[in-house]
Design a protein around this ligand. Structure first.
Ligand code: AMP
Ligand code: GLY
Length: 426
């Protein structure tokens, strides 16, 4: 098979790394590509502008057997629809289904309609009534831009002032452009978060093992929220009982609900969960693999990923099984100093080979480039150093052994990835 992977981050490097191990795969193209995959995939710089015409032409000319789309933006903008119109096979939700992530208001309405547990919310399309509501309830909230905002559109409003500022930031300052035409204001949920990843063909569901992200920039979950500073799998907070509860009260109702809306959802359904005192509640739905959760999920997958993705497209997900390695996995993200605020790029990176040579360590590239033979930093999140080991403690130690080998100026990483799993062992 010839496979085309779309996207540029650590998640996509992990997908390429995983499918490169499949005996079904002869050739992998990656658009736009990143250094991490240069040896296992051919990177092509193809524009995603102009309704994806150049990409669709390329896929058609190269007779691509399967296109895998990593990030939410091309999904929300209808890349899958365009490829399917050309008779090409593509994995991911179409534009109508990707609205589950692209509009928080839509997701909330779907949840309310289908009795899916989530934070109580209200949606507003102008700031004055949003602010009047905040004054009326005067309690801690989350204020969220309705549309896609690169993971930055959810702002805590722990005090009334903070919440009003968030509304102004989103709706008046238009910090996220048109994504802030509406805001969703919801109650602040308290509990432990977990990421629940499911493949679905629109009817059947195949849940992955659990994982947990670490969103805040600094140790002890302090600092600003980022795209994710590390992840581990499994997340012990998801007990077998909770797993069943999440499938029954959240995943199946969401999949059936999307079908009932005339928006059958095919692809990855990522459920961001808060495990509250009264049970699991949905914080967000995403329509694609998590980043950096993918960096710990796919290394634990013993089965070939490609037939699973094909079964999603064919509606035969009930006919496949997925085996998992028992070993836990940990991924520590190394970022540019200053991230998620401003940071410098172009810093030379050393020690990658030594880190990759360590037993069961893989370094996934998120933002690197080559210049005159040197490997340089090229963004906020640079690398994801992942390790698998017999238990969570050893996996953490091994991942940090990998991190210790790697150097670049002002490198920033959290030193407490996996702390919740360790705390549970005490
Ligand atoms: P979102 O953009 O909806 O994924 O939210 C980003 C992050 O903000 C989540 O991963 C949570 O850590 C946090 N968050 C979002 N909504 C809530 C909420 N209602 N209560 C508590 N934390 C939340
Ligand atoms: N790690 C969170 C996300 O991918 O949205």
């Amino acid at each position: 098979m010839k496979i085309l992977v779309v996207g540029r981050g650590g998640r996509e490097h992990t997908i390429v790394w995983k499918i490169a191990q499949s005996p079904l795969v002869e050739k992998i193209y990656w658009v736009p590509g990143n250094l991490g995959t240069s040896e296992i995939a051919e990177c092509r710089s193809i524009s995603l502008e102009d309704n994806f015409a150049e990409l669709a032409d390329f896929a058609e000319a190269e007779k691509i057997d399967l296109t895998i789309v990593g990030p939410e933006d091309p999904l929300a903008n209808g890349l899958i629809d365009i490829l399917r119109e050309r008779g090409l096979r593509a994995f991911g939700p179409d534009r109508k289904a990707a609205i589950l992530e692209a509009s928080k208001d839509f997701a909330k309405r779907l949840m309310v309609k289908n009795g899916i547990p989530t934070a109580v919310h209200r949606t507003f399309d102008e700031p004055d009534s949003a602010i009047a509501y905040l004054k009326e309830i005067d309690r801690p909230v989350f204020v969220k831009a309705d549309g896609l905002a690169a993971g930055k559109g959810a702002i805590p409003g722990r005090t009334l002032d903070e919440a009003i500022q968030a509304v102004q930031h989103i709706m008046v300052d238009r910090a996220f452009g048109g994504a802030g035409d509406k805001v969703v204001i919801e109650e602040l949920l308290v509990g432990e978060e977990a990421s629940f990843t499911v493949l679905t063909d629109g009817t059947h569901c195949l849940p992955f093992v659990s994982s947990q992200d670490h969103k805040p920039a600094l140790d002890g979950d302090r600092g600003k929220n980022t795209g994710g500073m590390g992840a581990y799998s499994p997340a012990p907070v998801i007990t077998p009982e909770l797993h069943e509860q999440v499938m029954d009260t959240i995943v199946y109702p969401a999949v059936r609900g999307m079908q009932a809306e005339g928006r059958p959802f095919q692809g990855v359904l990522y459920v961001g969960l808060m495990i509250t005192e009264t049970g699991p509640k949905v914080v967000e739905f995403n329509c694609r693999f998590g980043d950096p959760e993918t960096q710990v999920l796919l290394p634990r997958m013993a089965s070939d990923l490609v037939p699973l993705l094909e079964a999603c497209i064919d509606g035969t997900l009930d006919e496949v099984v997925c085996d998992w390695k028992p070993e836990p996995a940990v991924c520590v993200v190394m970022a540019s100093g200053g991230y998620p605020d401003s940071y410098e790029t172009g810093k030379p990176i050393t020690g990658l080979e030594r880190a990759n040579a360590l037993e069961s360590v893989v370094v996934f590239h998120a933002a690197t480039k080559v210049q005159n033979g040197d490997i340089l930093t090229d963004g906020g999140r640079i690398l994801g150093v992942t390790a698998l080991a017999g238990d969570i403690r050893s996996a953490i130690e091994q991942a940090y052994r990998g991190v210790a080998e790697i150097h670049f100026d002002k490198a920033h990483f959290r030193r407490d990835i996996g702390h919740r799993a360790l705390d549970r062992e005490l």
